[in-house]
Design a protein around this ligand. Structure first.
Ligand code: AMP
Length: 220
């Protein structure tokens, strides 16, 4: 089964993608995670990616398509695939369609998680993570016991540079301008496989709706 998960930054894609991938035994490919790993590795490509990411801008299509095509080839030998954060522009969606058509493994579902802008800004700007163990916190919704310190290993928590409010607003603007048209593209080419799920709810409710939608769309 091949599924694309879409939605604005902060709609809960990352959390929901992990749950969906586990439930349906799909490989989970997050373009943001792949790019952050490349950045952390210190390569020339990583430095190029960082320029765009720290400004809240989309990475140019040629770079994204190259990196993601390779990642898809490496992991999708027969198995299920959940794409999270890719495609984010119409040219990326077209390149993905071409690659999946060539391997005769078309998309089964395009699922869009929706969320309100102000809720998104609140969710993202409060996000913190432990640099040592990776545990995720939220200053308001899931605070650590001691202010800004990991409960497990006492490391000082980090905020992603692109989770600061001005960058979040940039990322939202990029979403509406460049990524929302991708939903229209899929509705036109593959309308019966597209579904929207309301992300302004408790994470468990969103997960239940997503599982129901994917099961229905993929005929699982
Ligand atoms: P994310 O973790 O999905 O919010 O991605 C973090 C950042 O990586 C984004 O703000 C973009 O700068 C970049 N990025 C991730 N996926 C894509 C994509 N498909 N196209 C362009 N830029 C991307």
């Amino acid at each position: 089964m091949r599924v694309v998960l879409m939605g604005p930054p902060g709609a809960g894609k990352g959390t929901q993608a992990k749950r969906l991938a586990e439930k349906f035994r799909m490989a989970h490919l997050s373009s943001g995670d792949i790019f952050r790993a490349e950045k952390a590795g210190g390569s020339a490509l990583g430095a190029k990616l960082a320029e765009y990411m720290s400004a809240g801008k989309l990475v140019p299509d040629e770079i994204v398509v190259d990196v993601m095509a390779k990642a898809i080839r490496e992991c999708s030998a027969g198995g299920g695939l959940l794409l999270d954060g890719f495609p984010r522009t119409v040219p990326q969606a077209q390149a993905l369609d071409k690659q999946l058509a060539a391997s005769r493994t078309p998309l089964d579902a395009v699922v869009v998680i929706t969320a309100d802008d102000e809720q998104i800004v609140r969710r993202i700007t409060g996000r913190r993570s432990c640099p040592k163990c990776g545990r995720i916190y939220h200053t308001e919704f899931m605070p650590p016991r001691e202010n800004n310190v990991c409960d497990d290993d006492k490391a000082t928590l980090d905020q992603r540079a692109d989770d600061k409010e001005d960058v979040v607003r940039q990322r939202l603007e990029a979403y509406y301008r460049q990524t929302e048209p991708v939903i229209g593209y899929y509705r036109q080419s593959n309308g019966e496989h597209v579904v929207e799920v309301d992300g302004n709810r408790a994470p468990e409710e969103v997960t239940a709706s997503l599982i129901e939608a994917v099961s229905r769309l993929a005929g699982a």
